[in-house]
Design a protein around this ligand. Structure first.
Ligand SMILES: [Zn+2]
Length: 779
């Protein structure tokens, strides 16, 4: 009886207990559900946890236009079969030995871990199964509350219900953090060993598996010794579990020296990752234009196609770093605005400040072409006279570089030789505000410009990027394109979310003909900066149409060279971050131009040597700088016209014959009357006349074909310089008549003549034979 009553009491208590526990579980269930994030509530309701539709976090890839991956893939997805069996073994054995045995969760482990968590109020990773770790990594925050722990358990059970062990392990191995910003074994394997995870051996696998518990401590990039201590521990566990043999164990330990070396090399490489400044710029661009933050990029699996040309980029990076100087290089396609190369400094790992996009620096004379362009648009011509006398500009007495003055200097020569005083005079004459407004709006300069005369000498500070964009307008006939680093962005499913179509954003002048012809004139003048001005260090053999300008600021603080061909613009800026001097005599021509040359030699490979675009007919004539009229026979190569001191100033001016390009009809038509033809030249003319009958006989070329401006003496040098092919083409185009050619031969020695005939012979044997016979017969 007593026993029965006791039994009844027990039963009653048990029912009560079941009820209480049932209600508690129900409440807990509701509580867990209610506190889950919305996305997981859906999962919960439908009862189906679809891991495949879950957008697995993978990093975005940024490619150069020639297909080189520029960023490191910090999150990759690697399929189960593409992961080394050693790695799977090492991870499972270390993190969750009974993973393949337990069904969803390990009750003993859970109780233990709950106890530990509650006791320490701290999350201990060791307490969780692989499935739990996966659930936490995929769905839950790392907050260490009892609720989260229970949610984690619940999700684990669901994951185990729908997925096989291998599927779970695959996802786990792709989501765990392994240090050095790498998520997943694919990324980590590439980071630490430079290889995909399929081929990892036991030693490498054990090293990776050892990192999981605490990547910030155990990554070999952080602490090599600790990493290998962990590796040994993992290997010991494998040996204890009889999963590897003693020999395998021993061999893995012996690999340490080699592995360390490999890891150190990898670490060095990571610091020199490809086009770092450019990639950083692309990222800021993506954030600004598309709202793609670094975080979204790091998990969103986007594919970003950029405008960068990897070969030019690498050449530019090397050129700057080997120069040992600080600065920036920017290469732009003037037809689209595409950024082909961008080097923001000599070392990204040392300093991430991008000197192409962020540094604002004084340009010195490299600023001058902007307002010379304006002057030419407003009716000035290359032969316009600019005053070059000492002058007080409201208390400012600017100096020319060589400290000499002259009464005047032609506009073209002032720009080619970067003479300050006539430039300031021009700047003042055309109107300081007007011209600066023009530069700001038409050349699209957004940096602050100093609205005073000092801007004539480049006192305003600009970024190399805006300078490059502005010069691009001189290369392409006056069309403004925004500098752009991106071609296309695709989401993880290959859908384009951004496509760039280059389109003009403005023009130098509303009159198309005028802007094209004006920029042509500017380019022709700037070509001579390279052939005989401050930019001779930028000459590239075999390419004629290179225009450019140097810039040097006071105390040799900034050195610039901006140069372009019709289809490529490159800016090289050199300068210390603290604005200290680069050293006495370190001009743009000396420091920046050689770097420019190195970059452009690579960049121009395979490109045609094309003339700049122009609209109307143009003409290049020989001008005597003494009279600014057409050069005659008597005009000198170099003659001092002024050399005296007045009021303490040195006046010095020479006459020389120079090439000037004009829009046809605007060129001078009168011959120079300053310089009389000398007798000796008259004699040379007589020499030509002596051979004229022979020429008429053999080649049917009358003497009247002789060019007015060309003297036999000047031609000797020309022909010595030029190759046989060019002479031949001149002959064919009738630009040089044979009369002149033969008179030149007459002044040469036998060896030189033979050399030229040989060259011609390679292309036109008949013509060469005729000349040879003529020569043998004593002309
Ligand atoms: Zn003359």
């Amino acid at each position: 009886m007593k026993g029965k009553a006791t039994w009844k009491v027990y039963l009653k208590s048990l029912i009560w207990a079941i009820c209480v526990i049932g209600i508690a579980v129900l409440l807990l269930y509701i509580y867990i559900f209610r506190t889950l994030p919305a996305s997981e509530q859906t999962v919960w309701k439908t009862g189906k946890l679809d891991l495949d539709s879950y957008s697995f976090p993978i990093s975005s890839n940024i490619y150069s236009s020639d297909g080189v991956l520029l960023n490191f893939p910090h999150r990759m997805y690697t399929k189960f079969d593409d992961i080394s069996p050693y790695l799977k073994l090492a991870i499972v054995n270390t993190e969750d030995k009974r993973f393949y045995e337990h069904t969803g969760f390990d009750p003993f482990r859970i109780l233990k871990s709950l106890y530990v968590d509650l006791l320490s109020h701290r999350y201990k990773e060791g307490g969780s199964t692989i499935t739990q770790q996966l659930a936490r990594n995929m769905f839950l925050s790392f907050k260490k509350t009892i609720t989260r722990k229970l949610q984690e358990l619940a999700l684990s059970i669901m994951i185990e219900r729908y997925y096989t062990k291998d599927e779970i392990l695959e996802r786990y191995m792709n989501i765990i953090y392994l240090g050095a910003n790498c998520y997943g074994v694919g990324s980590a394997s590439l980071m630490y060993f430079g290889m995909p995870p399929k081929g990892l051996d036991l030693a490498q696998s054990a090293l990776l598996a050892g990192i999981i518990r605490s990547p910030s401590n155990y990554s070999p990039f952080v602490n090599m010794n600790l990493a290998f201590k962990r590796q040994k521990m993992v290997l010991n566990l494998l040996l204890d579990s009889k999963l590897i043999t003693k020999e395998q164990y021993q061999k893995a330990l012996e690999e340490r020296g080699m592995l360390e070396l490999l890891i150190r090399t990898q670490k060095m490489k990571m610091y020199r990752w490809k086009a770092s400044y450019f990639v950083q710029y692309v990222k800021s661009f993506l954030k600004e234009k598309l709202g793609l933050t670094d975080y979204l990029l790091s998990i969103g699996g986007y594919t970003v196609y950029t405008t960068l040309n990897y070969e030019i980029q690498i050449t530019a990076e090397k050129a700057l770093s080997e120069s040992g100087r600080q600065g920036g290089i920017c290469v732009l396609d003037p037809d689209t605005g595409y950024i082909k190369a961008m080097v923001g400094g000599k070392s990204f790992s040392e300093n991430q400040f991008n000197r192409v996009t962020q540094a604002k620096r004084q340009m010195g004379s490299a600023f001058k072409p902007f307002y010379y362009t304006y002057a030419l648009l407003k009716g000035y011509t290359p032969d316009s006279k600019l005053p070059n006398c000492p002058k007080d500009f409201n208390g400012w007495e600017p100096q020319n570089y060589d400290k000499t003055f002259s009464e005047y200097i032609p506009l073209q020569e002032a720009l080619i030789h970067s003479v300050n005083v006539p430039s300031i005079n021009l700047f003042q004459k055309i109107g300081v505000s007007k011209v600066l407004d023009f530069i700001r709006t038409r050349f699209h300069i957004s940096s602050h410009l100093n609205y005073d005369l000092s801007s004539a000498l480049g006192s305003s500070s600009l970024t190399p990027l805006e300078v490059t964009s502005a010069y691009a307008m001189l290369a392409n006939g006056g069309v403004y394109y925004e500098a752009i680093p991106l071609l296309r962005v695709e989401d993880r499913f290959g859908r384009a979310i951004y496509v760039y179509h280059p389109a003009p954003r403005g023009y130098l002048d509303d009159d198309e003909k005028k802007r094209i012809d004006t920029t042509y004139l500017v380019s022709r003048i700037l070509e001579q900066v390279i052939t005989r001005g401050t930019g001779i260090n930028a000459q590239i053999k075999g390419i004629k149409h290179i225009a450019g300008k140097t810039g040097t600021t006071d105390n040799y603080t900034d050195a610039w060279f901006v140069g372009y061909t019709p289809h490529l613009v490159c800016t090289v800026f050199i300068g210390n971050d603290d604005n200290s001097t680069l050293g006495e005599g370190m001009t743009g021509g000396k420091v920046a131009a050689p770097i420019w040359k190195r970059v452009m030699k690579t960049a121009l490979q395979g490109m045609q040597d094309e003339d700049f675009p122009h609209f109307n007919d143009v003409i290049t004539v020989k001008i005597c700088t003494g009279s600014l009229k057409l050069a005659g026979k008597g005009c000198p190569k170099y003659k001092v016209e002024e050399d005296y001191f007045k009021d303490g100033y040195h006046f010095f001016r020479v006459s020389r014959v120079v090439d000037m390009t004009f829009i046809k009809g605007t060129e001078p038509t009168e011959m120079c009357s300053y310089h009389k033809v000398k007798t000796s030249e008259k004699e040379e003319k007589a020499v030509l006349a002596r051979y004229s009958s022979a020429l008429v006989k053999y080649f049917n070329f009358p003497l009247s074909n002789l060019s007015e401006n060309e003297t036999p003496t000047s031609l000797v040098n020309r022909i010595k310089m030029e190759s046989g092919e060019e002479i031949l083409s001149l002959l064919r185009k009738r630009e040089i008549d044979l009369d002149t050619l033969l008179s030149v031969f007459h002044k040469m020695d036998r060896d030189e003549i033979l050399k030229i005939i040989k060259k011609i012979g390679r292309m036109d044997t008949t013509l060469a034979g005729k000349i040879w016979n003529l020569y043998k017969s004593g002309w």
